[in-house]
Write a protein that binds this ligand. Structure first.
Ligand code: DON
Length: 558
């Protein structure tokens, strides 16, 4: 059933079949390799790396550095993330390069509300450069300098601003809270006007830092001149990161979280991301129900998804954090545990979130990331999500080094003990401690069937990320949706608290919303995620790249 959007009527109006429908969006098809990401020039860098004989990790490292130039709201060298690599014929692995808390950070850093997300103190120790270097050292085929150099060129020579970038820059520059003078100098349009499509953005200081990284190696960022510039910036801005924090930072290779789902193997990142555990717990729960028979837009499927989400997100708050600081129970990803969760779901009624974790006292009270997917000719798949936390992080540009700092410290639970119905979490596992990694929701995901990759996906979106991935995976596996539709169709999110479903399809599926409300769910309308994905066509092995309709990214294949 279709509804006319205008005029907005309360009564549904059937659209006669002769009314033209928007054409179905098609994925980009290729045989030898594919890169899908938010920024066209960065996608082109990735494909050029593949064409030059690089493998998927070479291309991913090249894209990672290129996005630090061409998508400054989230692409970064001043932040951190997770890279899943599926080498052909071998077990997938995860390169974890999450930021750490500086040595002088204290548990109650954010507790009195005086330190904002735009403070120098909100920055964690950046992990991206050592993370990309570790992945490259393990799997890269092309020389380091060669994979970093395209980013140097983009920064030094400049690149053409497209619509989404112009809008993003104009948005952050129009915000009076963007007060860092160096940020305004570097990202403001030289004539003081608004950025327009077709303008050229040149970033000479960032180019110099990238050139040092390319020519003298990744260590320079942590121990050389760029590290001294960060330490100086921190002293001047009353921040916490010292050079010793940079020297001590280590990226890690970790074993992914693995589960099976209806005969597929699904791999996601392990803690300190909650993504892999939460995704596995939700899929294991949903496996107890025949979703396909119920139909994708049936109230039952949305109800079961929301109930699985709220239970898994409740466990996220209870148990997840940096595994080097806490012990995480093993049962969360078992099929037996999921069975007990599934049997606790009332098929007709929403379970109030309040009842799920009686041991947590609920108090009264008072986003940007980017994901890209890569696959090469040999079938090596890379799924990478990295971030500065909010759009443009803390909006501080390191003077002389030209890069933006993250504000990832705000991902620690801000007030010890304060868990609220509006979604603030104060549980122990993710409390701040020096050297600790803050809990993430990033969920770069690889799906395999009989040892071969079939889907590479992930998304930005803070706590919504894991649920965005769940929606894409369920769309593809349960409902056989073509990948572009699986990516573009409306998504939903429930995160335990607030006890509400966020749904993109409120206008498109009003009956569904009415029925969910009748079951006791609160439903609100929100946009969700940006899941640049690759599907490997089960019929012929072709790579199908789907850039998300929500933002004008690029699927580039060859
Ligand atoms: O690690 C995390 O889960 C968050 N810092 C991600 C933030 C994010 O996705 C914001 N962007 N849309």
């Amino acid at each position: 059933m279709k509804y006319l959007a205008f005029p907005l009527l309360l009564v549904p109006v059937f659209v006669v079949p002769s009314v033209a429908q928007p054409p179905a969006r098609m994925p980009v098809e290729s045989k030898n390799g594919m890169v899908v990401c938010v920024s066209p020039p960065a996608a082109e860098v990735g494909v050029a790396t593949l064409k030059a004989g690089g493998n998927a990790v070479d291309a991913a490292v090249a894209v990672g550095f290129a996005l630090a130039v061409t998508w400054p709201e989230a692409g970064n060298i001043g932040g951190g993330g997770f890279m899943m690599v599926g080498p052909p014929g071998a077990e997938p692995t995860c390169f974890e390069y999450r930021e750490t808390a500086p040595a002088t950070a204290t548990v109650d850093l954010f507790a009195d509300g005086k330190i904002t997300h735009l403070d120098h103190k909100a920055a964690g120790v950046p992990g991206t450069v050592r993370g990309l270097a570790l992945a490259h050292q393990r799997f890269g085929k092309r020389p380091w300098k060669e994979v970093v150099s395209p980013a140097v060129t983009l920064a030094e020579k400049g690149f053409i601003v497209n619509g989404p970038l112009a809008a993003s820059l104009n948005r952050v520059l129009a915000d009076p809270k963007t007060t860092n003078a160096e940020f305004r100098r570097v990202y403001g349009k030289p004539d003081g006007g608004k950025w327009q499509v077709g303008d050229t953005l040149v970033l000479p200081d960032l180019g110099r830092t990238l050139r040092v990284i390319a020519e003298t190696g990744p260590e320079a960022f942590y121990t050389g001149a760029p590290a001294d510039l960060l330490a100086k910036e921190m002293t001047a801005g009353n921040g916490l990161i010292a050079k010793a924090d940079l020297v001590a930072y280590r990226a890690m290779e970790r074993k992914p979280i693995h589960t099976t789902y209806r005969g597929y193997d699904v791999y996601g990142p392990p803690p300190p991301s909650g993504g892999g555990v939460v995704l596995a717990e939700m899929l294991n729960t949903l496996e107890n129900f025949n979703l396909k028979a119920l139909g994708r837009w049936s109230p039952e499927v949305s109800h079961l998804m929301a109930e699985s989400m709220k239970r898994a997100y409740c466990d996220r708050a209870r148990y997840l954090g940096d595994p080097d600081f806490i012990t995480i129970p093993d049962h969360l990803t078992t099929k037996a545990y999921a069975k007990t969760l599934a049997s606790g779901i009332d098929p007709k009624k929403a379970t109030p979130s309040d009842t799920l974790a009686p041991e947590i006292t609920l108090d009264k009270e008072g986003d940007s990331t980017t994901h890209f997917s890569v696959i090469d000719q040999a079938g090596m798949a890379v799924s990478n999500t990295y971030t500065l936390e909010n759009s443009y992080g803390n909006r501080v540009v390191v003077r002389g080094a030209g890069y933006i700092l993250n504000n990832e410290m705000t991902d620690f639970n801000p007030k010890p003990g304060l868990t609220t119905r509006s979604g603030q979490i104060g549980t122990k596992p993710n409390r701040l401690a020096p050297g600790k990694r803050m809990l993430s929701s990033m969920t770069p995901t690889l799906v395999f069937k009989t040892g071969k990759p079939v889907l590479v996906t992930g998304s930005p979106g803070g706590r919504t990320i894991t649920n965005t991935v769940l929606c894409v995976v369920v769309n593809v596996i349960d409902f056989d949706m073509p990948v572009q539709e699986a990516v573009d169709s409306p998504r939903m999110h429930h995160q335990w608290f607030p006890d509400a479903i966020r749904f993109e399809g409120v206008r498109e599926h009003p009956d569904l919303v009415t029925k969910l409300r009748a079951m006791g769910h609160t439903v609100t309308s929100h946009r969700q995620g940006d899941a640049h994905s690759i599907r490997i066509d089960p019929k012929n092995g072709l790579y199908l790249g789907a850039a998300d309709r929500r933002i004008d990214g690029k699927a580039a294949g060859y």
